[in-house]
Design a protein around this ligand. Sequence first.
Ligand code: BMP
Length: 263
Amino acid sequence: KVKKVLTYPERQSQCKHEVLKRLYGIMEEKKTNLCFSGDTTSFAELLEVVEKVGPYICILKTHIDIITDFTAENIHKLKNLASKHNFLLFEDRKFADIGNTVKKQYSEGIYKISEWSDIINAHIIPGPGIIEGLKSAAGEKGLTGKRALLLIAEMSSKGNVATGEYTKACVKMAEENQDFVVGYICQSQLSKDPNFIHMTPGVKLVEGTDSLGQQYLTPKEVITKRNSDIIIVGRGIMNSDDPATTAATYQQAGYDAYLEQCS
Ligand code: BMP
């Protein structure tokens, strides 16, 4: 039987970006390809649930702008949880403006995302200037190599237009900016190059939809059929009665699927 994907240690040694090397290291050590999307409007609740699911995840994805009780002190607590449980922070800001604007959105304002989020993402609608702008903001804070960008190549929602030529243009832009772009938000594998990781949202233990266009695939489908690398799970964990046990279930499902892929 031919192995379909490289193992995490193989990818870690073959990729160039420091953030990606760290991520593969965490995935191997903690045996997890689970990213938890902590989509709550309460920072207090976010900290509480992350304390529980921290041991099972390699990344915490946030939507910092939905939080009503934002404080720098809470960011400090979140960073401490990330160190304690060894996971990366990914602010799902979906930047989508010209370079000069996103540069400020990334580093300034209330949230100062570049100061705490290891990973961010962006739409490619504005062209490569968006990548340059974000990269220069990280550079000005002395964070070159410590911050990385994912490009949104495909989406999970019904009727989205990130398909075909758009997705191809996204792959091209990623390949031309490997010093900062480390992968994709996508629905299936777009590249076999270990310098690019694939993260897939729209994941639940049972396939289905929500009432606002979200479409769900299972961890097994995402990892073994679509050859993605990371499963992103929000409500599947957040709305469960026991987030820790549920996160462990997703971790196991995702990791078993990976083992099946690389054995
Ligand atoms: P949930 O598992 O609760 O449906 O959450 C999915 C998360 O992933 C949300 O935070 C959403 O903003 C994000 N997301 C998505 O659902 N589809 C995409 O194509 C891109 C996303 O970032």
